[in-house]
Design a protein around this ligand. Structure first.
Ligand code: TYM
Length: 334
């Protein structure tokens, strides 16, 4: 007897800001790995990008570009469903219903809200506060089991379990309670210019991130200017946060253990180590950048693939919504 272990996975990425190696090693790489074994849904969450001030033309460009980036990374529309959140209106509908189940207190505890609102509670947009409810709707809508994400999303996934569980208890078994699938390595890549901060699309400090589509000379420049720690040993240690971060990036890019790199660079200084890291990253990202450029030369193809994805996603979303509307007591339209 063979056991069917195929599960459904869902994950999302915001379109604004070019994807970087933190997104890649923390999440996208695992999206690609999961599409062989599991039924995968991957979403460009454009509505989430409205929670901070935005430029409409840039949002349109970035949404299409994010589609091309994901395809270039190996998300395969033949094996997974890749789509844009706003193309499936059920995300917004479910988010409203869940916002009537979620509680102010639990949303107030969200670390990302505290960080992004910078302590400002009166003038900050309501959408930033309810952001995690829309995220809960994204996943619960597909009754997904696994959510491949980086460490920074753990709290949001715990919250969606709580909201889903509360709905199930109040109105009847409806949602699968999802689990965060966080990788053992790469779950929290730190900024190159400050190892105490996570690498972030919205940092507004170009030197802090390596983007997947950065040209080779830019990658070399950024890696060479990355901060290091005192001393000169290439070794991962608590008192060497910058070098530890660079070592874990190197290990992920080359697919070797950190210990092997410590051994390899045991007689080198930081300069040689960083030159080697830059070379490895250039090699690792070259095919992604090349494919991205090809796709962006004919964006119509990416747009068509996203439309096909939205159709497949809508079919599943509508099944769940029929159940949700009935359980909620909304009068069916004749
Ligand atoms: P976003 O767009 O910030 O990031 C996309 C994915 O990349 C991961 N990530 C990182 N991993 C390691 N190191 C880093 N420095 C790093 N920075 C980002 C994130 O953990 C994420 O997995 N709220 C989400 C988007 C979202 C979503 C969802 C995710 C909306 N709905 C439903 C999962 C399921 C976000 O802003 O991700």
């Amino acid at each position: 007897m063979t056991l069917n272990t195929r599960k459904r996975v869902f994950s999302g990425i915001q379109p604004t800001g070019e994807a970087h190696i933190g997104n890649f090693f923390g999440a996208i790489r695992n999206w690609v790995a999961n599409q062989d074994e599991h039924e995968a849904f991957y979403c460009i969450v454009d509505l989430h990008s409205l929670t901070l001030p935005w430029d409409p033309a840039e949002l349109t460009r970035a949404t299409l570009a994010k589609g091309a980036e994901l395809l270039a990374c190996g998300v395969d529309p033949g094996r997974s469903v890749l789509f844009v959140q706003s193309h499936v209106p059920a995300h917004s509908e479910l988010a409203w219903i869940l916002s009537c189940v979620a509680r102010m207190g639990e949303l107030r505890r969200m670390v990302q809200f505290k960080e992004k609102s910078k302590g400002e509670t009166e003038s900050v947009g309501v959408g930033l506060f309810t952001y995690p409810v829309l995220q809960a709707a994204d996943v619960l809508l597909y009754r997904a089991h696994g959510v491949p994400v980086g460490e920074d999303q753990r709290q949001h996934i715990e919250l969606m379990r709580d909201i889903g569980q509360r709905f199930n208890t109040l109105l009847g078994e409806t949602f699968v309670l999802p689990e965060a699938w966080i990788p053992a390595a790469g779950a929290r890549i730190m900024a190159l210019d400050d190892p105490t901060q996570k690498m972030s699309k919205s940092a507004d400090r170009p030197a802090s991130v390596v983007q997947l589509v950065d040209p080779p000379d830019v990658i070399v420049k950024k890696v060479k200017s990355a901060v290091t720690d005192s001393g000169r040993e290439v070794r991962a240690a608590d008192d060497k946060p910058a070098v530890s971060n660079l070592l874990s990036i190197f290990a992920l890019a080359e697919g070797v253990p950190v210990a092997e790199l410590e051994e390899r660079f045991s007689t080198s200084g930081y300069g040689d180590f960083k030159a080697a890291l830059a070379e490895v990253l250039v090699q690792r990202l070259a095919p992604i950048r090349e494919r991205y450029r090809e796709l962006m030369a004919d964006p119509g193809e990416t747009q068509r693939l996203l439309a096909t994805g939205a159709e497949a996603a809508s079919a599943i979303a509508e099944e769940t919504m029929a159940d949700v509307r009935a359980k909620t007591g909304l009068l069916p339209r004749l």
